[in-house]
Design a protein. Structure first.
Length: 255
């Protein structure tokens, strides 16, 4: 039974937290994490880097041991992240690793292929110039190998075959099997507890999307000055419509 769903007091956390039992997956300083981004992604604006927080988290690994890792997110979201990992441990939800993507040379596919969970990744949306929500620290991916991206296969014409079943596209070695522990899902009756936990905090789950499924992905955009400024720039450049601008602005949380 969870005593306090949105705080740090949880029952059933299964492992004693001692230095001897904790396996360290990532132990960067914030300076090291930021400097790695500057090296790998020199185009990342300094105002975005200044908004990030490196959050230390503990989680139950698939080996049954307690692990400690780190995730970069926007500083306004760090409490959500801390509470999420407390909750995940309280229900014995396993997580493979949590390591900033800069340790993978900012290669998203490489990080996903080894089931690494991560947050900030400065990149644009595929085939667009618009910065991904990961590029602001507004999104996280959990157990991506088990919770991959699924899309409709393409016809010879290049159009999606919406009559067919969706297939795994990212990571290429991903597999979606809801019977596998660590997998996120929605069945006919309810959402997975981790999904529900984040939804109750205002996060959107990619598993709810209809044109494709991104089961690993959670996002909570914030109406920061840099985010709003970029939306206005995309609108002025014709990269988004007025309707898209209003929709994206409305979905962002006021900070």
């Amino acid at each position: 039974m969870i005593k306090k769903i949105f705080g740090e007091n949880f029952d059933n956390i299964p492992i004693n937290e001692t230095e001897e039992t904790i396996k360290i997956d990532s132990a960067l300083s914030k300076l090291e994490a930021i400097e790695a981004i500057k090296k790998n992604k020199p185009e990342c604006p300094p105002e975005i880097l200044e908004s990030l927080e490196l959050v230390n988290v503990k989680y139950l690994g698939f080996d049954g041991s307690l692990h400690e890792g780190q995730i970069l997110v926007h500083h306004e979201l760090q409490n959500d992240i801390i509470d999420l990992f407390h909750f995940a441990r309280s229900i014995n939800f396993p997580i493979e690793s949590v390591i900033p993507i800069s340790k993978f040379d900012d290669e998203d596919e490489l990080s996903m292929s080894v089931n690494n969970s991560s947050g900030f990744n400065f990149r644009t949306i595929i085939n667009q110039t618009i910065i991904s929500l990961h590029g602001y620290g507004f999104a996280i991916d959990l157990n991506p190998l088990l919770n991959p991206v699924l899309e409709y296969p393409k016809l010879e014409s290049g159009e999606e075959d919406i009559a067919a079943e969706m297939v795994v596209t990212q990571p290429k070695n991903g597999n979606y099997d809801v019977s596998q522990n660590g997998t996120l899902y929605k069945n006919e009756e309810e959402y997975h507890p981790v999904v529900k936990f984040l939804q109750d905090r205002g996060w959107v789950w990619g598993g709810d999307w209809t044109s494709f499924k991104d089961y690993q992905h959670f996002q909570k955009p914030l109406l920061t000055e840099v985010y709003l400024s970029n939306l206005q720039k995309y609108l002025e450049n014709g990269e988004i419509t007025q309707e898209q601008f209003e929709s994206m602005k409305a979905r962002a949380k006021v900070v």
